[in-house]
Design a protein. Structure first.
Length: 306
């Protein structure tokens, strides 16, 4: 029996790339899947029937799936995507907010439309798809649900030329931390994925740097993210919530969350002299922390049996 037997999953942006691999892996693990995808170009323009193709592929492999071509970027779209699960399968257990686009520009060239399009698909898209699912969980008392949200090192570390995307992706990490608190009493876990994979969004950038990219390599292509999502959606991860999991280059890692590393206290206003003394100590503490985290976070080889 698959680890997602009896579950119904909604995967947004599942017509291509990482989302497609998640939908296929969820179905192979026994889930019935709503394959959502508008079929947009990388910048969010246009539409194509890619969701139908993936749903058909799942059915050909003996699984159960329906396609949804609605956009995540509106409340109506999010509601329709959620309704597709109830209409086809009568329940919903797992939501993967994966749909995404890029509009890379430096701030000097960033037009309002580039900003708004990214916020609409990523940040509003997460809200629009999550709200109906969260309300359903509360209204039905459904226990043990799962939400997986998609952030990026672009927002968590910072990446040149992506202030719109980085802001949305950092916002998604904040959104997830709050949701994890709000849904805890319903036994619904909320985790964030920070992926890295060769897809149409990243292959042009990698090739532009002169890299040879082979997406069929399981340490390079989008298929590496799917098993981690399946594990997080499975009963094994019932107590894992509020985490950011990094999956890229064949590694799986847990990321740090914002936290105070060192602090000082006074019972009066801070003077400039105080701050001259304190700030170098704080910056040293941050440097030492970063060095320790960099060392401890370096990937270790996993011993494989046999
Ligand atoms: N590939 C990476 O290295 C990487 C790195 C960091 C974050 N991410 C994030 O991972 C997610 C998946 O990215 P990918 O690389 O697989 O990209 P992709 O372009 O291969 O797939 C994204 C899919 O989302 C769909 N989509 C776009 N707008 C939509 C909308 N409004 N409604 C419904 N579907 C929509 C697209 O049609 C596309 O099929 C995205 O959120 C992306 O930002 C990817």
């Amino acid at each position: 029996m698959g680890v997602l037997e009896g579950k119904v999953a909604i995967v947004t942006g599942a017509g291509r790339g990482i989302g497609r691999e998640i939908a296929l892996d969820f179905a192979a693990a026994g889930a019935r899947v709503v394959v959502n995808d508008l079929g947009a170009a990388p910048d969010g323009s246009g539409a194509a029937r890619v969701a139908d193709e993936v749903a058909e592929e799942i059915r050909e492999r003996g699984g159960e799936a329906v396609a949804s071509g609605d956009s995540v970027a509106s409340v109506e779209g999010g509601h329709a995507i959620f309704r597709a699960a109830l209409d086809a399968f009568g329940q919903a257990d797992i939501l993967v907010n994966n749909a995404g686009i890029l509009r890379d520009r430096t701030i000097f060239k960033m037009e309002e439309d580039d900003w708004d399009a990214i916020m609409a698909v990523h940040l509003k898209g997460h809200y629009a798809c999550t709200r109906p699912f969260a309300r359903y969980i509360r209204e039905t008392g459904r226990h043990g649900c799962r939400i997986l949200n998609f952030s990026s090192v672009s927002g968590l570390f910072g990446n040149f030329g992506q202030s719109n995307y980085g802001a949305a992706k950092a916002g998604i990490a904040g959104f997830s931390r709050v949701l994890a608190l709000e849904l805890a009493k319903y036994g619904c876990t909320v985790n964030t994925i920070s992926p890295g994979a060769a897809t149409r969004l990243t292959i042009p950038l990698r090739e532009g740097r002169g890299d040879t990219v082979d997406p069929s390599d399981p340490t390079v292509g989008p298929q590496q993210v799917a098993p981690v999502c399946t594990w997080l959606a499975s009963p094994a991860a019932q107590d894992v919530t509020g985490q950011i999991i990094n999956v890229m280059r064949g590694t799986v890692g847990i990321m740090q969350q914002p936290a105070i590393i060192r602090s000082f206290k006074v019972d009066r206003l801070w003077s400039q002299d105080d701050l001259d003394r304190v700030m170098p100590v704080l910056l040293d503490a941050k440097r030492a922390h970063d060095e320790r985290v960099e060392k401890e976070g370096a990937p270790e080889d996993l011993a494989v049996d046999g």
